[in-house]
Design a protein around this ligand. Structure first.
Ligand SMILES: *[C@@H]1O[C@H](CO)[C@@H](O)[C@H](O)[C@H]1NC(C)=O
Ligand SMILES: *[C@@H]1O[C@H](CO)[C@@H](O)[C@H](O)[C@H]1NC(C)=O
Ligand SMILES: *[C@@H]1O[C@H](CO)[C@@H](O)[C@H](O)[C@H]1NC(C)=O
Ligand SMILES: *[C@@H]1O[C@H](CO)[C@@H](O)[C@H](O)[C@H]1NC(C)=O
Ligand SMILES: *[C@@H]1O[C@H](CO)[C@@H](O)[C@H](O)[C@H]1NC(C)=O
Ligand SMILES: *[C@@H]1O[C@H](CO)[C@@H](O)[C@H](O)[C@H]1NC(C)=O
Ligand SMILES: *[C@@H]1O[C@H](CO)[C@@H](O)[C@H](O)[C@H]1NC(C)=O
Ligand SMILES: *[C@@H]1O[C@H](CO)[C@@H](O)[C@H](O)[C@H]1NC(C)=O
Length: 462
């Protein structure tokens, strides 16, 4: 709007030129323009306030008159001071308070008091070939700056989630026209099903508190001239336990089952989210009898302590403030049964290697048995059937029951694998060819097959 021109009130040539532009743009030229940068000015009590005013005119001037008036609602406007050319005529009541340096129309108020709040009107009259005048109004507010707020938590000892309530109160010692805002982790807190505010937003009520309410809270207090934020506070909210789980440093975890190699000491770690931290206890369950075996978040199960069968454990987490507990059950299974001796030789075998080993052993055992079976009856039959044609020999062999045994071997080899759980199904009996076989449990399973066959053999052919 060409404010630079207004700041040159006596430069009439420029003024006339500008007036032509205004005529072109606005279609009118008042001859005098009074401008203020802002129609609202916020002042600080006790300090000086400067109300800047710019004006410009486009006529020949003899007298320049500036008048300042003050008005408040429900009050008669008051004359503050005026000037003609460079001479100022103040209202004697306010002569030390308001200052003006004509032809500069800006007003200085010093010191500013609450009573100075209101509208300030400036009127400029230019007398030359006729008189032109213009005025502006500035609204002035007066405030005290905000002092740093302090947040008070009620109850200060903290609250248990879903049970307790919490009220955060923002306390400010100084400041006028305060506007309160609550921030959680730097973001504004809004009204919700659990959050509500007091009338002026100076208090935040959380009813009831939950774990989600944990955070960094602060209170931001503003007024037109300042803003201050409180220190961050973290309300104490007791919660949990949540997300209880057990982990181990070794072994394979599938669901609640830990599959581990025998001969290893395993460290179990029980953890759950809770405040205050949980107390943990470990329980072992054997044959419906439970023992509390340890307190604390960690449990070490030594190798020899791992029984040859599966064992159930429970980790129990207890929060002694919320009074809530949680427990998780888990099972330890030993995978390397049957190759214990091999494992003890030093190298821990992988499950695949174990299976391969067992399979090989089984196959070799079968072959040995087959040979033995073939050999023993052959001697007897050989004596009886000496010189007979081979076809007849084969026929005799069919009745010997050996071929039935051969079929059985195939089937039992398949069945024998699941039996490697370590629990022998049959009492171990003395077996003809069991020498030098390492896995005792597997032996018994396999020889069970063999023993049935010789028994039948004894019944029928002999
Ligand atoms: C009026 O005086 C103030 C200082 O009191 C100065 O900053 C301002 O620029 C002056 N305005 C004009 C239009 O001369
Ligand atoms: C104001 O100044 C103008 C020109 O400088 C002069 O003609 C006029 O008489 C002065 N007015 C008063 C009241 O001094
Ligand atoms: C004063 O104004 C009258 C009419 O408004 C005009 O005729 C005259 O030329 C003006 N004089 C000057 C010096 O501007
Ligand atoms: C929390 O506030 C609710 C609703 O005002 C009230 O019923 C409950 O008793 C309060 N709880 C505590 C611990 O003060
Ligand atoms: C809360 O503030 C602390 C430091 O005062 C910081 O370590 C933590 O990360 C903050 N939490 C959030 C959720 O911003
Ligand atoms: C209180 O805070 C809410 C949410 O921040 C806001 O919507 C509301 O205008 C505030 N009320 C007052 C009186 O400041
Ligand atoms: C274990 O206890 C349950 C019920 O408490 C019972 O039904 C079950 O028979 C018990 N088992 C053993 C092996 O004692
Ligand atoms: C809760 O347990 C902790 C130890 O884990 C103890 O220091 C605290 O005093 C206990 N609190 C209550 C209320 O029992």
């Amino acid at each position: 709007m060409g404010q630079d021109a207004f700041m040159e009130p006596f430069s009439s040539t420029v003024g006339v030129f500008q007036c032509k532009i205004y005529l072109l743009l606005l279609g009118a030229c008042s001859g005098l323009k009074v401008a203020v940068p802002s129609h609202t000015v916020h002042g600080i009590r006790g300090q000086a306030l400067y109300l800047p005013v710019h004006y410009g005119f486009h006529t020949l001037a003899s007298d320049i008159q500036i008048i300042w008036l003050f008005e408040r609602p429900h009050m008669m406007p008051k004359y503050l001071l005026g000037s003609v050319n460079k001479s100022v005529v103040p209202d004697l009541e306010y002569q030390h308070k308001f200052t003006m340096m004509p032809p500069n129309a800006s007003l200085l108020i010093n010191p500013l008091q609450f009573a100075d709040e209101g509208n300030y009107i400036v009127k400029v009259n230019i007398q030359g070939n006729g008189t032109v005048s213009a005025s502006q109004k500035i609204q002035v507010t007066v405030d005290d700056p905000v002092t740093k707020p302090v947040v008070q938590t009620q109850p200060s000892s903290g609250a248990v989630e879903y049970v307790g309530n919490m009220t955060l109160t923002c306390l400010v010692e100084g400041g006028t026209r305060l506007v309160y805002q609550w921030l959680k982790n730097g973001r504004p807190v809004h009204t919700s099903s659990t959050n509500s505010f007091s009338l002026q937003n100076s208090s935040l009520h959380i009813v009831p508190v939950t774990k989600e309410d944990i955070g960094n809270y602060s209170c931001l207090v503003k007024n037109p001239i300042s803003e201050m934020e409180s220190d961050i506070i973290m309300p104490t909210i007791y919660y949990g336990p949540y997300g209880l789980q057990v982990n181990s440093d070794k072994g394979l975890k599938v669901g609640e089952v830990f599959t581990v190699d025998i001969g290893e000491a395993i460290l179990f770690d029980c953890s759950a989210d809770s405040y205050p931290p949980n107390t943990y206890s470990w329980i072992r369950r054997t044959d419906n009898v439970t023992y509390v075996i340890k307190h604390g978040p960690r449990l070490e199960v030594a190798s020899e302590k791992i029984a040859q069968k599966t064992t159930d454990y429970v980790c129990c987490a207890y929060n002694n403030v919320t009074g809530r507990r949680d427990e998780t059950h888990f099972t330890i299974i030993i995978t390397s049964v049957g190759i214990e001796k091999l494992a003890q030789k030093g190298k821990s075998l992988s499950p695949l290697a174990s299976i391969t080993g067992i399979s090989l052993f089984l196959i070799i055992s079968m072959c040995l048995l087959l040979l033995w079976k073939k050999y023993q009856p052959y001697k007897v039959i050989k004596q009886k059937l000496e010189g007979r044609p081979e076809t007849e020999y084969r026929k005799a062999q069919t009745f010997s029951g050996h071929e039935d045994a051969l079929d059985d071997f195939g089937i039992y080899e398949f069945v024998a694998f699941p039996d490697a759980s370590g629990v022998p199904r049959m009492p171990t009996r003395s077996v003809p060819t069991s020498d030098g076989v390492p896995g005792q449990d597997l032996h018994s399973t396999i020889y069970e097959v063999i023993q049935h066959i010789p028994a039948q053999q004894q019944d029928h052919p002999e």
